[in-house]
Design a protein around this ligand. Structure first.
Ligand code: ADP
Ligand code: MG
Length: 224
């Protein structure tokens, strides 16, 4: 395989995470005439082919998508607003809100914990989250003092076992919270996924990227 260090400006590398973002990006790619010809759920390959020999897809962790694109290891990618805030967005052009993988970032507590009273009384809150940047900004803006506890998953567990008073996590239907006896007490922001493009690639590969950006834009507008 020659593509990765090739400076051929017609080669495109797209970074995607498995699961909902991959699934929801497929129709957008189809709208741009690109069909992924391998399935990441059944293949162990991390570099997938498409119908276009000049377009390949990297399968990476959701939180790693901005990093691959920032450093130009991928020309473009799809990442959640949650992930982009934590990353900071350096070196990334974010031309399109794709309206996919929609959910919200919320504060949740164990059922019975009086969050409003704790905030009113100026209590110091222990908050467990994967999204420390978003959580820090949210509570600073409210003037609430927090001790942030960084977790990498299963945030719902933290209030149940006394690791924290609250969590900041992504919520869509709320069924995971309910299943764990937690209640959503505050919505921080709406979340959806964005197209991210490496800023240098946008200049060097404009001829290849622009039609794809436009097709994604049209297809995501149709979703609204
Ligand atoms: P991971 O568990 O590896 O973080 P996910 O597929 O759960 O991967 O999340 C990838 C992205 O999808 C998140 O960054 C977020 O933007 C979005 N997302 C996460 N949870 C939900 C959800 N419940 N509903 C819709 N979108 C979500
Ligand atoms: Mg998840």
């Amino acid at each position: 395989m020659s593509g990765f260090n090739s400076d051929a400006n017609n080669q495109l590398i797209l970074a995607l995470s498995k699961g909902r973002i991959f699934e929801d990006t497929l129709p957008l790619l189809e709208a741009a005439g690109i069909t992924v010809t391998e399935n990441p759920e059944t293949s162990r390959k991390l570099i997938l082919a498409t119908n276009d020999p000049n377009v390949r897809v990297l399968i990476v962790r959701a939180t790693d998508v901005p990093t691959y694109v920032q450093h130009g290891a991928a020309d473009f990618g799809v990442a959640g607003k949650d992930v982009l805030i934590e990353h900071g967005g350096e070196g990334l052009y974010q031309p399109v809100d794709l309206q996919i993988a929609q959910c919200r970032m919320s504060v949740a507590v164990k059922s019975g914990f009086d969050y409003e009273a704790a905030v009113r009384q100026g209590a110091r809150l222990r908050v467990a989250t994967k999204f420390t940047q978003t959580a820090r900004e949210h509570f600073a803006a409210k003037g609430v003092h927090v001790d942030l506890i960084k977790l990498y998953g299963s945030m719902e567990l933290a209030p149940l076992v006394g690791l924290s008073d609250a969590i900041v996590d992504l919520v869509s239907t709320g069924s995971t919270l309910r299943a764990n006896n937690l209640v959503e007490v505050e919505e921080i922001m709406d979340i959806s996924s964005r197209l991210v493009v490496n800023q240098a690639a946008l200049k060097l590969k404009r001829a290849r990227l622009q039609p794809i950006i436009e097709a994604f834009e049209r297809a995501s507008k149709a979703r609204k």
